[in-house]
Write a protein that binds this ligand. Structure first.
Ligand SMILES: *[C@@H]1O[C@H](CO)[C@@H](O)[C@H](O)[C@H]1NC(C)=O
Ligand SMILES: *[C@@H]1O[C@H](CO)[C@@H](O)[C@H](O)[C@H]1NC(C)=O
Length: 152
């Protein structure tokens, strides 16, 4: 017997619909994930958090190329200035960072060599909700991660 509990914290942006999927792994239906389908058909995997939580916004290079010597830009759509976290010249750079993210963002330094440029965001607030863009200019690669925040 399976029980599914789905909690949607915040109203979805227009154009999003939801589906919950149960995948079969080794004959056991135990892997559950939500996915979010954008109106134009592309899939997104949103991240859910409650206020005060620490979250990881995933972003990685599929080919496991080291990102140590690359520039990594985390920005948030519709934010001015848009910079959430910037990594360049082999280190984190906080210039032009939006003040509301001060002291709350980091990359996983040990993971950069594996092409993992996921962003850690601590002490999430309601106003952190939105679309985050991870962009690697050298490779012209980008992904967008949607963050939903609910009151804890
Ligand atoms: C679909 O929409 C998403 C989010 O707005 C966008 O990133 C993506 O490029 C679009 N895909 C196509 C095929 O238009
Ligand atoms: C990237 O690093 C974070 C932190 O160590 C980890 O939680 C996540 O699973 C890693 N992602 C991949 C694809 O390895």
């Amino acid at each position: 017997m399976y029980m599914c509990v789905c909690v949607i914290f915040t109203p979805l942006s227009p154009g999003f619909t939801w589906s919950v999927n149960v995948m079969e792994r080794a004959g056991v239906h135990n892997v559950l994930y939500t996915q979010c389908r954008v109106a134009n058909g592309s899939l997104q995997y949103p991240i859910f958090a409650l206020t005060g939580d620490d979250v990881i916004l995933p972003c990685f290079l599929k080919t496991s190329v080291s990102a140590k010597n690359m520039v990594v830009e985390w920005t948030r759509l519709n934010l001015t200035p848009e910079n959430v976290h910037l990594y360049r010249d082999n280190r984190d750079s906080y210039e032009e960072q939006h003040p509301s993210y001060k002291g709350r963002t980091s990359l996983f330094n040990d993971e950069l060599k594996n092409g993992n440029v996921s962003l850690k965001l601590t002490r999430v607030t309601l106003s952190d909700a939105g679309s985050y863009r991870c962009f690697i200019p050298t490779l012209k690669k980008e992904t967008t991660v949607q963050l939903f925040v609910g009151e804890s």
